[in-house]
Design a protein around this ligand. Structure first.
Ligand code: SF4
Length: 466
Protein backbone atom coordinates (compact mmCIF):
# COMPACT_ATOMS: atom_id res chain seq x y z
CA UNK A 1 0.00 0.00 0.00
CA UNK A 2 2.99 2.29 0.12
CA UNK A 3 1.89 2.60 -3.43
CA UNK A 4 4.84 4.23 -5.01
CA UNK A 5 7.68 1.74 -4.66
CA UNK A 6 7.54 -1.02 -7.19
CA UNK A 7 9.71 -4.03 -7.90
CA UNK A 8 11.24 -4.27 -11.32
CA UNK A 9 10.72 -7.84 -12.45
CA UNK A 10 10.41 -11.53 -11.74
CA UNK A 11 12.16 -14.25 -13.72
CA UNK A 12 11.75 -17.99 -14.10
CA UNK A 13 13.61 -20.64 -16.09
CA UNK A 14 12.82 -24.35 -16.57
CA UNK A 15 15.28 -26.78 -18.15
CA UNK A 16 14.79 -30.38 -19.22
CA UNK A 17 11.15 -30.86 -18.32
CA UNK A 18 8.39 -32.02 -20.71
CA UNK A 19 6.04 -29.32 -19.39
CA UNK A 20 8.56 -26.48 -19.41
CA UNK A 21 6.25 -23.70 -20.63
CA UNK A 22 3.41 -24.75 -18.32
CA UNK A 23 5.75 -24.67 -15.34
CA UNK A 24 7.16 -21.30 -16.40
CA UNK A 25 3.58 -20.01 -16.58
CA UNK A 26 2.82 -21.21 -13.06
CA UNK A 27 6.13 -19.84 -11.81
CA UNK A 28 5.22 -16.44 -13.20
CA UNK A 29 1.88 -16.67 -11.45
CA UNK A 30 3.71 -17.02 -8.14
CA UNK A 31 5.94 -14.07 -9.04
CA UNK A 32 3.14 -11.78 -10.22
CA UNK A 33 3.77 -9.39 -7.31
CA UNK A 34 7.15 -8.54 -8.87
CA UNK A 35 5.62 -6.98 -11.98
CA UNK A 36 2.18 -6.52 -13.48
CA UNK A 37 2.78 -4.46 -16.61
CA UNK A 38 3.76 -7.26 -18.95
CA UNK A 39 4.37 -10.99 -18.98
CA UNK A 40 5.98 -13.41 -21.39
CA UNK A 41 7.36 -16.90 -21.95
CA UNK A 42 9.96 -18.13 -24.44
CA UNK A 43 10.33 -21.85 -25.06
CA UNK A 44 12.88 -24.01 -26.80
CA UNK A 45 11.96 -27.06 -28.88
CA UNK A 46 14.93 -28.70 -30.56
CA UNK A 47 16.79 -25.78 -32.06
CA UNK A 48 13.78 -23.56 -32.43
CA UNK A 49 12.58 -20.88 -30.03
CA UNK A 50 8.98 -19.74 -29.60
CA UNK A 51 7.80 -16.67 -27.75
CA UNK A 52 4.47 -15.39 -26.44
CA UNK A 53 4.28 -12.12 -24.53
CA UNK A 54 2.02 -9.15 -24.02
CA UNK A 55 0.93 -6.30 -21.81
CA UNK A 56 -0.87 -7.13 -18.59
CA UNK A 57 -0.81 -9.76 -15.90
CA UNK A 58 0.14 -13.38 -16.55
CA UNK A 59 -3.48 -14.54 -16.74
CA UNK A 60 -4.34 -11.72 -19.18
CA UNK A 61 -1.44 -12.50 -21.49
CA UNK A 62 -0.96 -16.27 -21.46
CA UNK A 63 -4.06 -18.31 -22.19
CA UNK A 64 -4.42 -21.98 -23.13
CA UNK A 65 -4.06 -21.26 -26.85
CA UNK A 66 -0.86 -19.27 -26.35
CA UNK A 67 0.60 -21.91 -24.03
CA UNK A 68 0.00 -24.46 -26.77
CA UNK A 69 2.28 -22.37 -29.00
CA UNK A 70 5.18 -22.88 -26.58
CA UNK A 71 6.48 -26.44 -27.14
CA UNK A 72 9.72 -27.93 -25.89
CA UNK A 73 11.53 -28.96 -22.75
CA UNK A 74 13.06 -25.61 -21.79
CA UNK A 75 11.44 -22.22 -21.17
CA UNK A 76 12.16 -18.88 -19.56
CA UNK A 77 9.55 -16.39 -18.38
CA UNK A 78 9.29 -12.85 -17.14
CA UNK A 79 6.92 -10.47 -15.43
CA UNK A 80 7.79 -6.80 -15.68
CA UNK A 81 7.23 -3.49 -14.10
CA UNK A 82 9.23 -0.87 -15.95
CA UNK A 83 11.83 1.12 -14.06
CA UNK A 84 14.04 1.59 -17.08
CA UNK A 85 12.79 2.10 -20.57
CA UNK A 86 9.25 2.58 -21.69
CA UNK A 87 6.26 0.43 -20.95
CA UNK A 88 5.24 -1.24 -24.20
CA UNK A 89 5.28 -4.60 -25.90
CA UNK A 90 8.74 -3.92 -27.36
CA UNK A 91 10.08 -3.52 -23.82
CA UNK A 92 8.40 -6.64 -22.45
CA UNK A 93 10.48 -9.75 -21.89
CA UNK A 94 11.79 -12.36 -22.53
CA UNK A 95 13.89 -10.75 -25.25
CA UNK A 96 14.83 -13.02 -28.12
CA UNK A 97 17.63 -12.27 -30.57
CA UNK A 98 19.45 -14.05 -33.34
CA UNK A 99 23.19 -13.50 -33.61
CA UNK A 100 26.04 -15.05 -35.59
CA UNK A 101 26.23 -18.15 -33.40
CA UNK A 102 22.57 -18.85 -32.79
CA UNK A 103 19.54 -17.57 -30.89
CA UNK A 104 19.42 -16.18 -27.35
CA UNK A 105 16.54 -15.68 -24.97
CA UNK A 106 17.07 -13.42 -21.98
CA UNK A 107 15.11 -12.37 -18.90
CA UNK A 108 16.40 -9.73 -16.49
CA UNK A 109 15.50 -8.48 -13.01
CA UNK A 110 17.37 -5.35 -12.01
CA UNK A 111 18.65 -2.14 -13.44
CA UNK A 112 21.93 -1.37 -15.21
CA UNK A 113 23.31 1.97 -14.15
CA UNK A 114 25.66 2.44 -17.11
CA UNK A 115 23.28 1.11 -19.78
CA UNK A 116 22.60 4.52 -21.32
CA UNK A 117 26.28 5.22 -21.81
CA UNK A 118 26.95 1.81 -23.35
CA UNK A 119 23.89 2.13 -25.55
CA UNK A 120 25.12 5.47 -26.93
CA UNK A 121 28.49 3.96 -27.75
CA UNK A 122 26.86 0.99 -29.44
CA UNK A 123 24.51 3.21 -31.44
CA UNK A 124 27.40 5.44 -32.51
CA UNK A 125 29.07 2.26 -33.69
CA UNK A 126 26.08 1.23 -35.81
CA UNK A 127 23.93 -0.93 -33.50
CA UNK A 128 20.17 -0.69 -33.97
CA UNK A 129 18.04 -1.12 -30.86
CA UNK A 130 14.49 -2.48 -30.93
CA UNK A 131 13.52 -1.20 -27.48
CA UNK A 132 14.50 1.24 -24.74
CA UNK A 133 15.09 -1.44 -22.13
CA UNK A 134 18.55 -1.69 -20.58
CA UNK A 135 18.44 -5.49 -20.94
CA UNK A 136 18.81 -5.14 -24.71
CA UNK A 137 22.24 -3.62 -24.13
CA UNK A 138 23.36 -7.00 -22.77
CA UNK A 139 22.08 -8.75 -25.90
CA UNK A 140 24.10 -6.39 -28.12
CA UNK A 141 27.24 -6.83 -26.04
CA UNK A 142 26.89 -10.62 -26.27
CA UNK A 143 26.37 -10.50 -30.03
CA UNK A 144 29.47 -8.30 -30.48
CA UNK A 145 31.73 -10.19 -28.09
CA UNK A 146 34.66 -12.00 -29.63
CA UNK A 147 35.01 -14.45 -26.74
CA UNK A 148 34.81 -18.15 -27.56
CA UNK A 149 31.53 -19.84 -26.60
CA UNK A 150 28.29 -18.42 -25.27
CA UNK A 151 29.17 -18.51 -21.57
CA UNK A 152 32.40 -16.63 -22.22
CA UNK A 153 30.50 -14.07 -24.28
CA UNK A 154 28.12 -13.56 -21.35
CA UNK A 155 31.05 -13.11 -18.94
CA UNK A 156 32.76 -10.72 -21.36
CA UNK A 157 29.55 -8.68 -21.71
CA UNK A 158 28.63 -8.56 -18.04
CA UNK A 159 32.13 -7.44 -17.12
CA UNK A 160 31.26 -4.17 -18.92
CA UNK A 161 28.01 -3.75 -17.02
CA UNK A 162 27.49 -1.92 -13.76
CA UNK A 163 24.32 -2.36 -11.80
CA UNK A 164 21.88 -4.90 -10.53
CA UNK A 165 21.07 -8.04 -12.47
CA UNK A 166 19.56 -11.41 -11.82
CA UNK A 167 19.55 -12.90 -15.31
CA UNK A 168 18.47 -16.08 -17.04
CA UNK A 169 19.69 -16.87 -20.56
CA UNK A 170 18.47 -19.66 -22.79
CA UNK A 171 20.28 -20.88 -25.89
CA UNK A 172 19.80 -23.97 -28.06
CA UNK A 173 22.06 -25.98 -25.73
CA UNK A 174 22.03 -24.44 -22.27
CA UNK A 175 20.33 -22.32 -19.65
CA UNK A 176 22.46 -19.88 -17.66
CA UNK A 177 21.50 -18.09 -14.45
CA UNK A 178 23.68 -15.37 -12.98
CA UNK A 179 23.58 -12.66 -10.31
CA UNK A 180 25.58 -9.44 -10.15
CA UNK A 181 28.54 -9.48 -7.74
CA UNK A 182 26.66 -7.45 -5.10
CA UNK A 183 23.61 -9.73 -5.37
CA UNK A 184 21.04 -6.93 -5.20
CA UNK A 185 18.09 -9.12 -6.12
CA UNK A 186 17.35 -12.78 -5.40
CA UNK A 187 17.76 -15.81 -7.65
CA UNK A 188 17.40 -19.45 -6.61
CA UNK A 189 18.20 -22.80 -8.20
CA UNK A 190 15.95 -25.83 -7.88
CA UNK A 191 15.35 -29.36 -9.05
CA UNK A 192 12.13 -30.41 -10.75
CA UNK A 193 11.72 -34.00 -11.94
CA UNK A 194 14.76 -34.79 -14.07
CA UNK A 195 15.25 -31.11 -14.81
CA UNK A 196 16.12 -27.85 -13.13
CA UNK A 197 14.59 -24.48 -12.48
CA UNK A 198 15.88 -20.99 -11.70
CA UNK A 199 13.46 -18.51 -10.14
CA UNK A 200 13.45 -15.06 -8.55
CA UNK A 201 11.84 -16.30 -5.37
CA UNK A 202 11.40 -19.68 -3.74
CA UNK A 203 7.60 -19.23 -3.58
CA UNK A 204 7.60 -20.07 -7.32
CA UNK A 205 9.30 -23.39 -6.58
CA UNK A 206 6.67 -24.22 -3.97
CA UNK A 207 3.92 -23.79 -6.54
CA UNK A 208 5.50 -25.89 -9.27
CA UNK A 209 6.65 -28.62 -6.90
CA UNK A 210 10.38 -27.98 -7.30
CA UNK A 211 12.95 -28.59 -4.57
CA UNK A 212 15.34 -25.83 -3.65
CA UNK A 213 18.93 -26.85 -4.35
CA UNK A 214 20.33 -23.53 -3.15
CA UNK A 215 20.25 -19.83 -3.87
CA UNK A 216 22.58 -18.63 -6.60
CA UNK A 217 25.35 -16.64 -4.93
CA UNK A 218 26.14 -13.03 -5.76
CA UNK A 219 28.66 -13.04 -8.62
CA UNK A 220 27.96 -16.69 -9.46
CA UNK A 221 27.10 -18.08 -12.86
CA UNK A 222 25.30 -21.41 -13.09
CA UNK A 223 25.29 -23.23 -16.41
CA UNK A 224 22.77 -26.01 -16.94
CA UNK A 225 23.05 -28.28 -19.98
CA UNK A 226 22.63 -31.93 -20.88
CA UNK A 227 25.62 -32.82 -18.69
CA UNK A 228 24.10 -31.25 -15.55
CA UNK A 229 25.02 -28.12 -13.55
CA UNK A 230 28.30 -26.26 -13.51
CA UNK A 231 29.05 -23.27 -11.32
CA UNK A 232 31.54 -20.48 -11.99
CA UNK A 233 32.53 -17.26 -10.22
CA UNK A 234 33.82 -15.27 -13.14
CA UNK A 235 33.49 -11.76 -11.70
CA UNK A 236 35.75 -10.02 -9.19
CA UNK A 237 34.31 -10.64 -5.75
CA UNK A 238 32.42 -7.79 -4.09
CA UNK A 239 30.76 -7.32 -0.75
CA UNK A 240 27.20 -8.68 -0.86
CA UNK A 241 24.66 -5.84 -0.78
CA UNK A 242 21.27 -7.51 -1.02
CA UNK A 243 18.34 -5.06 -1.36
CA UNK A 244 16.81 -4.85 2.11
CA UNK A 245 13.55 -3.63 0.58
CA UNK A 246 13.06 -7.19 -0.69
CA UNK A 247 12.69 -8.18 2.97
CA UNK A 248 10.67 -5.09 3.93
CA UNK A 249 8.15 -5.00 1.14
CA UNK A 250 8.81 -6.57 -2.26
CA UNK A 251 9.30 -10.27 -1.78
CA UNK A 252 6.48 -12.61 -0.92
CA UNK A 253 6.38 -13.51 2.79
CA UNK A 254 6.49 -17.23 2.00
CA UNK A 255 9.80 -16.88 0.15
CA UNK A 256 13.19 -17.63 1.67
CA UNK A 257 16.02 -15.35 0.64
CA UNK A 258 19.62 -15.74 1.77
CA UNK A 259 18.36 -18.42 4.12
CA UNK A 260 15.82 -16.14 5.86
CA UNK A 261 12.06 -16.51 5.51
CA UNK A 262 10.62 -13.12 4.55
CA UNK A 263 7.60 -13.34 6.88
CA UNK A 264 9.84 -14.13 9.85
CA UNK A 265 12.14 -11.20 9.00
CA UNK A 266 9.14 -8.86 8.80
CA UNK A 267 7.89 -10.11 12.16
CA UNK A 268 11.30 -9.34 13.62
CA UNK A 269 11.11 -5.81 12.15
CA UNK A 270 7.82 -5.46 14.03
CA UNK A 271 9.26 -6.78 17.30
CA UNK A 272 12.21 -4.43 17.02
CA UNK A 273 9.88 -1.53 16.24
CA UNK A 274 7.87 -2.33 19.39
CA UNK A 275 11.06 -2.37 21.47
CA UNK A 276 12.13 0.97 20.02
CA UNK A 277 8.83 2.83 20.04
CA UNK A 278 6.40 1.49 22.61
CA UNK A 279 3.12 3.36 23.10
CA UNK A 280 0.00 2.63 25.14
CA UNK A 281 -2.83 1.51 22.84
CA UNK A 282 -5.80 -0.84 22.57
CA UNK A 283 -5.13 -2.57 19.27
CA UNK A 284 -2.42 -3.11 16.65
CA UNK A 285 -3.58 -3.14 13.02
CA UNK A 286 -1.70 -3.34 9.74
CA UNK A 287 -1.93 -1.86 6.31
CA UNK A 288 -2.41 -5.09 4.37
CA UNK A 289 -0.68 -7.00 3.07
CA UNK A 290 2.97 -6.11 3.50
CA UNK A 291 2.48 -4.47 6.92
CA UNK A 292 0.77 -7.56 8.38
CA UNK A 293 3.82 -9.65 9.31
CA UNK A 294 5.46 -6.65 11.05
CA UNK A 295 2.18 -5.87 12.86
CA UNK A 296 2.03 -9.45 14.19
CA UNK A 297 5.60 -9.07 15.49
CA UNK A 298 4.78 -5.69 17.03
CA UNK A 299 1.72 -7.15 18.78
CA UNK A 300 3.67 -10.15 20.09
CA UNK A 301 6.41 -7.97 21.52
CA UNK A 302 4.16 -5.25 22.95
CA UNK A 303 1.45 -7.53 24.31
CA UNK A 304 -1.19 -5.35 22.60
CA UNK A 305 -3.61 -7.52 20.58
CA UNK A 306 -3.42 -7.59 16.81
CA UNK A 307 -6.65 -7.35 14.88
CA UNK A 308 -7.76 -6.87 11.30
CA UNK A 309 -8.59 -3.20 11.15
CA UNK A 310 -8.29 -2.52 7.44
CA UNK A 311 -9.88 -4.64 4.73
CA UNK A 312 -8.26 -4.69 1.36
CA UNK A 313 -10.29 -5.01 -1.81
CA UNK A 314 -8.35 -7.59 -3.81
CA UNK A 315 -10.27 -7.06 -7.02
CA UNK A 316 -9.27 -3.53 -7.93
CA UNK A 317 -8.37 -3.47 -11.61
CA UNK A 318 -5.97 -1.22 -13.44
CA UNK A 319 -8.62 1.23 -14.50
CA UNK A 320 -11.84 2.51 -13.03
CA UNK A 321 -14.20 5.36 -13.66
CA UNK A 322 -13.27 8.11 -11.25
CA UNK A 323 -16.09 9.89 -9.50
CA UNK A 324 -16.31 13.63 -9.12
CA UNK A 325 -14.51 15.30 -6.22
CA UNK A 326 -17.47 14.49 -3.99
CA UNK A 327 -15.93 11.19 -2.76
CA UNK A 328 -12.95 12.08 -0.55
CA UNK A 329 -9.85 9.84 -0.68
CA UNK A 330 -11.48 7.81 -3.44
CA UNK A 331 -8.29 6.09 -4.65
CA UNK A 332 -7.37 4.77 -1.20
CA UNK A 333 -10.98 3.92 -0.32
CA UNK A 334 -11.16 1.79 -3.43
CA UNK A 335 -8.41 -0.41 -2.01
CA UNK A 336 -8.81 -0.15 1.78
CA UNK A 337 -11.72 0.17 4.15
CA UNK A 338 -11.40 0.49 7.94
CA UNK A 339 -13.47 -1.75 10.25
CA UNK A 340 -15.54 0.85 12.07
CA UNK A 341 -16.86 -1.44 14.82
CA UNK A 342 -13.32 -2.43 15.78
CA UNK A 343 -11.63 0.95 15.62
CA UNK A 344 -14.26 3.36 16.91
CA UNK A 345 -13.22 4.88 20.24
CA UNK A 346 -9.91 2.95 20.28
CA UNK A 347 -6.27 3.94 20.57
CA UNK A 348 -4.87 2.34 17.44
CA UNK A 349 -1.30 1.45 16.43
CA UNK A 350 -1.10 1.29 12.64
CA UNK A 351 1.85 -0.61 11.13
CA UNK A 352 2.93 0.16 7.58
CA UNK A 353 6.07 -0.92 5.74
CA UNK A 354 7.24 2.47 4.48
CA UNK A 355 6.33 6.09 3.86
CA UNK A 356 7.30 7.40 0.47
CA UNK A 357 5.46 10.60 -0.40
CA UNK A 358 3.17 10.38 2.66
CA UNK A 359 0.06 11.22 0.65
CA UNK A 360 -1.28 7.66 1.07
CA UNK A 361 -0.43 7.61 4.79
CA UNK A 362 -2.30 10.87 5.25
CA UNK A 363 -5.39 9.44 3.58
CA UNK A 364 -5.21 6.23 5.62
CA UNK A 365 -4.96 8.18 8.89
CA UNK A 366 -7.93 10.26 7.79
CA UNK A 367 -9.97 7.12 6.99
CA UNK A 368 -9.23 5.61 10.41
CA UNK A 369 -9.97 8.91 12.13
CA UNK A 370 -13.19 9.05 10.14
CA UNK A 371 -14.51 5.85 11.77
CA UNK A 372 -13.94 7.28 15.25
CA UNK A 373 -10.47 6.09 16.37
CA UNK A 374 -9.47 8.05 19.49
CA UNK A 375 -5.70 8.00 18.86
CA UNK A 376 -3.67 6.91 15.84
CA UNK A 377 -0.03 5.94 16.31
CA UNK A 378 1.74 5.25 13.04
CA UNK A 379 4.68 2.83 13.22
CA UNK A 380 6.82 2.16 10.16
CA UNK A 381 8.80 -1.06 9.76
CA UNK A 382 11.52 0.60 7.67
CA UNK A 383 13.62 3.70 8.41
CA UNK A 384 12.74 7.01 6.70
CA UNK A 385 13.16 6.65 2.91
CA UNK A 386 15.40 9.61 2.06
CA UNK A 387 17.21 8.51 -1.11
CA UNK A 388 16.21 7.18 -4.54
CA UNK A 389 17.09 3.72 -5.82
CA UNK A 390 19.13 3.12 -8.99
CA UNK A 391 19.24 -0.65 -8.84
CA UNK A 392 15.88 -1.81 -10.12
CA UNK A 393 13.31 -0.41 -7.74
CA UNK A 394 11.00 2.34 -8.88
CA UNK A 395 11.34 5.16 -6.37
CA UNK A 396 10.33 8.75 -6.96
CA UNK A 397 12.99 11.45 -7.21
CA UNK A 398 14.66 12.45 -3.99
CA UNK A 399 12.64 15.68 -3.90
CA UNK A 400 9.43 13.66 -3.86
CA UNK A 401 10.52 11.51 -0.91
CA UNK A 402 9.03 13.36 2.02
CA UNK A 403 11.68 12.15 4.50
CA UNK A 404 14.45 13.72 2.42
CA UNK A 405 13.24 17.19 3.29
CA UNK A 406 10.98 16.84 6.35
CA UNK A 407 11.65 15.79 9.92
CA UNK A 408 9.75 12.98 11.56
CA UNK A 409 7.66 15.50 13.52
CA UNK A 410 6.83 17.43 10.37
CA UNK A 411 5.73 14.24 8.62
CA UNK A 412 3.66 13.26 11.67
CA UNK A 413 1.88 16.56 11.64
CA UNK A 414 1.38 16.36 7.84
CA UNK A 415 -0.28 12.94 8.04
CA UNK A 416 -2.19 14.09 11.14
CA UNK A 417 -1.26 11.09 13.30
CA UNK A 418 -0.93 11.34 17.08
CA UNK A 419 2.58 9.93 16.87
CA UNK A 420 4.93 8.57 14.23
CA UNK A 421 7.98 6.36 14.69
CA UNK A 422 10.19 4.43 12.28
CA UNK A 423 12.43 1.46 12.97
CA UNK A 424 16.03 2.64 13.30
CA UNK A 425 18.66 1.73 10.69
CA UNK A 426 20.53 -0.18 13.41
CA UNK A 427 17.33 -1.96 14.46
CA UNK A 428 16.60 -2.91 10.85
CA UNK A 429 20.11 -4.32 10.41
CA UNK A 430 19.84 -6.25 13.65
CA UNK A 431 16.51 -7.72 12.52
CA UNK A 432 18.04 -9.37 9.44
CA UNK A 433 20.54 -11.19 11.64
CA UNK A 434 23.40 -12.66 9.63
CA UNK A 435 22.51 -10.45 6.66
CA UNK A 436 22.94 -7.27 8.73
CA UNK A 437 26.23 -6.28 7.10
CA UNK A 438 25.34 -7.71 3.69
CA UNK A 439 22.40 -5.50 2.74
CA UNK A 440 21.98 -2.48 0.53
CA UNK A 441 20.14 0.12 2.59
CA UNK A 442 21.06 3.09 0.44
CA UNK A 443 17.52 4.43 0.24
CA UNK A 444 17.72 5.02 4.00
CA UNK A 445 21.40 5.88 4.41
CA UNK A 446 22.60 7.19 1.03
CA UNK A 447 25.42 4.64 1.22
CA UNK A 448 25.23 3.46 -2.39
CA UNK A 449 27.18 0.25 -3.12
CA UNK A 450 27.80 1.36 -6.71
CA UNK A 451 28.47 4.85 -8.03
CA UNK A 452 25.31 6.45 -9.33
CA UNK A 453 26.72 9.24 -11.46
CA UNK A 454 27.57 8.62 -15.07
CA UNK A 455 30.96 10.32 -14.82
CA UNK A 456 32.03 7.70 -12.27
CA UNK A 457 31.88 4.89 -14.78
CA UNK A 458 35.07 3.54 -16.18
CA UNK A 459 34.43 3.24 -19.89
CA UNK A 460 37.91 2.77 -21.31
CA UNK A 461 37.64 -1.01 -21.36
CA UNK A 462 34.39 -0.73 -23.22
CA UNK A 463 35.83 1.58 -25.87
CA UNK A 464 38.66 -0.92 -26.34
CA UNK A 465 36.38 -3.81 -27.08
CA UNK A 466 33.98 -1.88 -29.29
S1 SF4 B 1 18.71 1.65 -2.85
FE1 SF4 B 1 17.02 0.81 -1.57
S2 SF4 B 1 15.55 -0.12 -2.99
FE2 SF4 B 1 17.49 0.21 -4.11
S3 SF4 B 1 18.62 -1.74 -3.94
FE3 SF4 B 1 19.30 -0.44 -2.24
S4 SF4 B 1 17.91 -0.95 -0.53
FE4 SF4 B 1 16.98 -1.74 -2.40
Amino acid sequence: MSGTLKEHCGVVGIYNHPEAANLAYLGLYALQHRGQESAGILSLDGNKMFIEKGMGKVADVINQARLAQLPGSAAIGHVRYSTSGESSLAESQPLMAKYASGTIGITHNGNLINAERIRSLLVEDGSIFQSTTDSEVIVHLIARSRAAGFAQRVIDSLSKIEGAYSLIFLTETQMIGTRDPHGFHPLALGRIGDGYCIVSETCAMDLIGATLIREIDPGEMVIIDETGIKSFRPFPSQKTRFCVFEYIYFARPDSTIHGLNVHMVRKEFGRQLARESAVDADVVISIPDSGTSAALGYAEESGIPYDIGMIRNRYVGRTFIEPKQSIRHFGVKLKLNPVKELLSGKRVIVIDDSIVRATTSKKIVSLIRGVGAREIHLRISSPPTCFSCYYGIDTPTRQELIASSHTKDQICSYVEADSLEYISVEGMRRSVGPMGDKICDACFTGDYPLPVKEEHFVQLRLFDSI
